[in-house]
Design a binder for this molecule. Structure first.
Ligand code: 5AD
Ligand code: SF4
Length: 433
């Protein structure tokens, strides 16, 4: 019998993209994947709850997809991931979806779909890591892959819904991570990104994150290793030492600051101060003067004064981030900030502060890129540039996008590129033959 067809659409963080590959694997006996939603028998939307607008986008898209049921009577539609966990049965009652599965319930999908005995599972687990499941890498450039090393979060930043939707922190078996990375290298992948909400608290038996990084870096000098995300409170010198010792560990750290003001940081329950954060930045620069640093910033958190917002701007200036993800605060039900604080920065002012933050970062990114003109970087080629078939793009160790003329080069090669120009977002250069 022909397999049924599964279409998966993924929203949110890299972790969700890695999870969709696990879901595809779990359902691979019964379903083959399609990239065309119109021919699907099952549509799964892997969702994100981090901000209200992420949820609104999915709900809008869901109405569009639900209309496909008019042509295809047996089509089933499921919501999986963080919105499934947060909104639970209301998705069935109000949105009329067929299946609801939270992030720890993916193993039960074949049964849920097979015998229809139940259509919702949002039970969170303290142990599930899907460590024995080989992800089906269905949306890949064949060069760079995500490998999930832990799940959940125990930090309970007061604004954040993740500890509620993804449950408690748990680390994946070290050997299964190494095996997966080895397999990827054998298949020709050139880069792995180790993923977790807070990778620095990885712990499996006696192994910590620096030990894991070391083990992955030793698989092959031609396999680049990246990781995300680090919580500043846990960024150890030991990790920086390992990073600096291995040329194939990329010199780029995503270290979300969220705010530059101690009072706000305390209200956010971030468990570090501006001074501690800057001390960690100094440590990074000491071990790796060429390391790129990126961040996440939230504009207009509860009670944030103008002066406190300006402290965020000054922190950004002081660090000189290469890159930033910037958001306006979005109140999430059930979080500590929702229970104990008031979302009282007016929407217009939030937008104004966010725009100020974005404009500053634009400048900082441009300044950082301008400093790279005249330097030569090793670049891993990822594919054709969007603008022209005659140009390729790749990334340097610092995770900056570099564009250059194709010549005889191909995806997957490492090339030395001399940088000759830049914009705020991109470096331009010439391959040194
Ligand atoms: N509102 C706005 N931004 C948020 N983030 C997490 N929760 C919220 C929220 N409620 C941001 C943080 C985090 C990133 C993944 O999303 O900056 O680091
Ligand atoms: Fe959310 Fe904080 Fe955990 Fe990141 S560390 S997922 S911001 S609670």
């Amino acid at each position: 019998m022909d397999k049924q067809k599964l279409y998966i659409e993924t929203y949110g963080c890299q972790m969700n993209f890695a999870d969709s590959e696990i879901v595809a694997s779990i359902l691979s006996q019964e379903y083959s994947l399609t990239s065309n939603e119109k021919e699907a028998d099952l549509i799964l939307i892997n969702t994100c709850s981090i901000r209200d607008n992420a949820e609104q986008r999915v709900l809008h898209r869901l109405t569009e997809l639900m209309s496909l049921k008019k042509q295809h009577k047996n089509l089933r539609i499921g919501i999986i991931g963080c919105m499934a966990e947060r909104l639970k049965g209301s998705l069935i009652d109000n949105e009329k979806v067929d299946i609801v599965a939270g992030p720890d319930a993916y193993r039960s999908l074949p049964q849920m779909l097979g015998d229809n005995t139940y259509n919702i599972n949002v039970i969170l687990s303290e142990t599930e890591t899907y460590d024995d499941i080989s992800p089906v890498r269905y949306d890949t450039n064949g060069i760079s892959a995500f490998v999930s090393i832990m799940r959940g979060c125990n930090n309970f930043c007061s604004y954040c819904v993740v500890p509620y939707t993804r449950g408690r922190e748990r680390s994946r078996n070290l050997q299964t991570i190494i095996d997966e990375c080895r397999q990827l290298a054998a298949e020709g992948y050139k880069e792995v990104t180790l993923l977790g909400q807070n990778v620095n608290s990885y712990r499996y038996e006696n192994y910590t994150f620096p030990k894991l990084m070391q083990a992955v870096a030793e698989i092959s000098p031609l396999l680049r290793v990246r990781f995300a995300t680090s919580h500043p409170k846990d960024l150890s010198d030991e990790l920086l030492e390992v990073m600096s010792a291995y040329p194939n560990i990329c010199k780029s750290i995503h270290l979300p600051a969220q705010s530059g003001n101690n009072n706000v940081l305390e209200h956010m329950n971030r468990k570090y101060t501006r001074e501690w954060y800057l001390n960690r930045i100094a440590a990074i620069r000491r071990y790796m003067p060429d390391c790129a640093i990126s961040t996440d910033i939230i504009a207009g958190f509860c009670d944030e004064s103008l002066k406190e917002h300006q402290d965020t701007l000054s922190l950004m200036q002081e660090v000189g981030y290469e890159y930033a993800f910037m958001f306006k605060y979005s109140m999430r039900e059930g979080t500590a900030a929702h229970r104990h604080m008031v979302d009282n920065v007016p929407e217009k002012e939030k937008i104004r502060r966010l725009e100020e933050i974005i404009a500053l970062q634009q400048n900082l990114s441009l300044q950082s890129n301008q400093k790279d003109i005249g330097k030569t970087f090793e670049v891993l080629i990822e594919g054709c540039s969007k603008r022209s078939q005659d140009q390729l793009f790749g990334r340097n160790s610092q995770n900056k996008v570099v564009i250059f003329n194709k010549g005889t080069h191909q995806k997957g090669e490492y090339v030395q590129v001399h940088i000759t120009g830049c914009s705020a977002a991109t470096l331009f250069g010439e391959v040194k033959e």
